[in-house]
Design a protein around this ligand. Structure first.
Ligand code: SAM
Length: 253
């Protein structure tokens, strides 16, 4: 496990993508992987548990965003539907300058994230338990982030509705998508228009040496104009917001 994870991160993240991970950061990824496998025996966190699958399917897939998109130094990121901390914890390990909020509606997944955060001694990262469509309406989160990431959470149209209220003008939504990306764009494009988001062309995620390549894409949506209160309620849920349980706060308020 250790050698496989370390080898792939050196070969792809460093040699190909020039992410400049140190041996200490690679060591943090190894601990993250070991905890994922250990906890997965008790909680259903992921289907991908072999060293190859974790290295390529989770870590490099998550880190591909750093190769594809420029994330400003010190930028605030919310990872919607983070699950076991993907891509949020992977981004934090690789880019300790980013301030990261890990949001999930399932509290038990955040227990795992808290364990990883504690074991790795990560700072500037917090977990937050709540539903995206409700949390985004709260004043402390509405328009508070420069970047929203979401991997394997919801179809693009719904996801854009959930994520748009989190970003301020100039903010970017970064959705990780699979081979259904073109079908999702059929409804994603009108949703982006309604939400006044500027949707980019899907960027293929190519992980050198991974066979077969699994048809993965990053779709970005930039908010160039303020979001109207009406648009922010579409097409996400219409329920009144409730205060989500805050599990841990490691970021400054
Ligand atoms: N992003 C992780 C990954 O790529 O491995 C987890 C993906 S998992 C398939 C989807 C996650 O989204 C689950 O942990 C689920 O609890 C969370 N989720 C689903 N709907 C949500 C919502 N409305 N608000 C917040 N989290 C949500």
């Amino acid at each position: 496990m250790k050698e496989k994870i370390a080898g792939r991160l050196r070969e792809v993240a460093n040699d190909e993508w020039k992410l400049g991970l140190t041996e200490a950061q690679i060591g943090q990824f190894i601990i993250f992987a070991e905890l994922l496998v250990e906890w997965n025996q008790k909680f259903n966190l992921t289907r991908l548990t072999s060293p190859d699958q974790i290295a390529d399917g989770h870590f490099l897939d998550s880190l591909a965003v750093l190769h594809a998109v420029k994330l400003r130094q010190g930028g605030h990121v919310i990872d919607v539907g983070t699950g076991a901390g993907l891509p949020g914890i992977a981004l934090k390990i690789a880019r300790p300058d980013l301030m990261i909020t890990l949001l999930d509606s399932t509290a038990k997944k955040l227990l795992f994230c808290d364990e990883v955060i504690g074991r790795l001694g990560l700072d500037g990262i917090r977990t937050l338990n709540g539903r995206a469509e409700e949390t985004a309406k709260l004043p402390q989160h509405n328009g508070s982030y420069e970047f929203v990431t979401a991997r394997a959470v919801a179809p693009l149209d719904r996801l854009l509705g959930w994520c748009a209220p989190f970003v301020n003008v100039g903010g970017l939504i970064i959705a990780f998508k699979g081979s259904s990306v073109n079908e999702e764009l059929a409804t994603g494009v009108p949703a982006a228009k309604r939400l006044r988001l500027n949707l980019g062309k899907p960027i293929p995620i190519v992980i050198p040496g991974m066979e077969p390549q699994t048809g993965r894409y990053i779709v970005t949506a930039r908010r160039d104009t303020p979001l109207s209160p009406l648009a922010s309620r579409m097409p996400g849920g219409e329920r009144a917001p409730r205060e989500p349980g805050r599990r841990q706060t490691r970021l400054e308020k």
